[in-house]
Design a protein around this ligand. Structure first.
Ligand code: GGG
Length: 326
């Protein structure tokens, strides 16, 4: 069976790390058909559109999508692409790998981030020169989908339960719906939960990350808190993500375009290659997913390493080492 994979490198280092992940996938004995498409700042400059219709349609029809990064046009690219694959959850593991000089080497977390609403729902207005507004949308239905996913994730994996991170003491209606709906789904499943205010979580996770395992968050909180966790494990070059929907998935590193190093060939491809491992698992290739994950971990431990991890290797050197280790 051939898997059709949409490949959307986007901008900045997305142009470097996405082909690296494709090279790793090509090294496996799996029948892939890769179809590349444009999105982001560069294509907008040329065509006036950050997300051409054919790119959206490709993501909406491919078996899975591998995406790199978007910069200034992130809202016009990433959010519609997540919609194209009907993704309601963004899975973001934050793990400290052996051999990496991490601030908190004991960190091993997974964020399950709501992926369709909150303040990223796109309802922003400029009412006057002085006043800008943003409508935060939280629904029981999206919170229920996330809650169901979180329960299944915990039941299928080696997890005791999950933590709900929210700010319902201030955003009583919106985060109240989020917290109460997810809690009631967990009760129906008999899954254990605890809850934490998201600002307190930011401190607690820095001081003692081991007290957390699976963390279920609203959209913006999941984006911010997973970047914070990246700081604990060695940087954004190490955090993958999977945007999962009922029939399709979009796999992308957590990091953005890194304009400060874009074009130099020194970006760390690990986050995108681990995202490709998540894509493999999503498509049912568990054994190959584990091989890729192990090859990345071995390479992170033994080198070569890119500059963000204290080395001087290029993106190509690291990718070649991962493929050799497979
Ligand atoms: N590879 C993902 C990317 O381009 N991240 C930049 C960004 O702005 N992300 C926002 C989000 O993940 O919602």
């Amino acid at each position: 069976m051939t898997h059709e994979i949409a490949v959307i490198p986007g901008d900045g280092i997305g142009q470097e790390v996405t082909p690296a992940a494709v090279e790793v996938l090509e090294a496996l004995e799996i029948d892939f058909e890769f179809r590349e498409a444009d999105a982001g700042d560069r294509v907008k400059e040329v065509t006036g559109e950050a997300l051409p219709e054919e790119t959206y349609e490709l993501a909406a029809s491919a078996d899975a999508t591998l995406f790199g990064a978007a910069g200034e046009t992130a809202a016009d690219v990433i959010l519609p692409l997540r919609d194209a694959v009907d993704s309601f959850v963004n899975i973001r593991p934050a793990k400290a790998y052996p051999g990496i000089d991490a601030v908190r080497p004991e960190t091993d977390l997974v964020f399950l981030r709501e992926n369709t609403e909150g303040v990223y729902a796109g309802h922003e207005d400029r009412l006057s020169e002085d006043v800008a507004t943003l409508t935060r949308v939280v629904t029981q239905s999206a919170s229920r989908d996330l809650g169901e996913f979180a329960c299944e994730y915990v039941e299928d994996g080696d997890h005791d339960g999950f933590t709900i991170a929210h700010k319902a003491n201030v955003m009583r209606e919106t985060d109240g719906v989020f917290r109460d709906t997810i809690q009631s789904v967990a009760d129906e499943h008999g899954v254990e939960t605890d809850e934490v205010l998201m600002d307190a979580f930011a401190t607690k996770v820095c001081l003692d990350p081991e007290q957390f395992d699976v963390v279920v968050c609203p959209n913006l909180a999941g984006d911010v808190l997973s970047d914070l966790a990246a700081g604990l494990v060695g940087g954004l070059g190490l955090l993958p993500s999977a945007n999962v929907g009922p029939e399709r998935g979009l796999f992308e590193p957590v990091h953005g375009t890194a304009p400060d190093i874009a074009g130099e060939g020194i970006a760390n491809p690990a986050a995108t290659i681990i995202s490709a491992a998540m894509l493999l698992e999503y498509l049912g290739h568990d054994e190959e997913a584990e091989r890729v994950q192990n090859a990345v971990e071995t390479t992170l431990e033994n080198g070569p390493r890119t500059a963000d991890l204290g080395g001087d290797a290029s993106t190509e050197d690291v990718t070649a080492a991962i493929i050799d280790t497979l």
